[in-house]
Design a binder for this molecule. Structure first.
Ligand code: FMN
Length: 131
């Protein structure tokens, strides 16, 4: 219940995922399923969302994100357009816990800025679906 309340209060949902066996990590899928139940009380509907992620494979979590996109669209979420994948390399995150590479940082920042705008624009709709 606490989880569903937190989704209801959120203006938007940002998911950063790894990739497991070319798909959504089971624990993440489980959380999404809990948020969608019980029938008729889907907490995700109308929520703006942005998906990104990283994994060591060459596709950088692209297949996990593709599956996630399909599930989230099916649940009625409003996804930010575009694709934000990054192959995980040891220097991707620096010793301060930040994205170290400047071009990757800018690439991700552009998505975050666009997502913030989407959340602002959809604020009344996201609140209405929480009521
Ligand atoms: C069961 C399992 C399956 C994975 N499958 C993939 C995969 O299909 N593609 C990929 O790029 N990485 C894969 N990985 C690597 C993860 O994306 C992740 O980078 C790695 O597990 C490190 O994160 P962790 O410390 O949170 O486990 C897999 C990891 C696990 C544990």
């Amino acid at each position: 219940m606490r989880f569903k309340n937190e989704i209801a209060r959120a203006g938007g949902v940002l998911i950063v995922t790894p990739e497991h066996d070319r798909s959504i990590p089971a624990v993440l899928k489980n959380a999404i399923d809990w948020g969608a139940r019980p029938w008729g009380k889907n907490s995700w509907t109308g929520k703006p969302a942005f998906i990104t992620g990283t994994s060591p494979g060459a596709f950088g979590s692209a297949l996990a994100q593709q599956h996630l996109r399909s599930v989230m669209t099916g649940l009625g979420m409003i996804l930010l357009g575009g694709e934000a994948y990054a192959t995980f390399k040891p220097d991707l995150i620096n010793e301060h816990g930040n994205v170290g590479d400047e071009s990757t940082k800018k690439f991700l920042q552009d998505f975050v800025d666009r997502f913030a705008l989407l959340v602002t624009r959809l604020a009344p709709a996201a609140q209405a679906s929480a009521a």
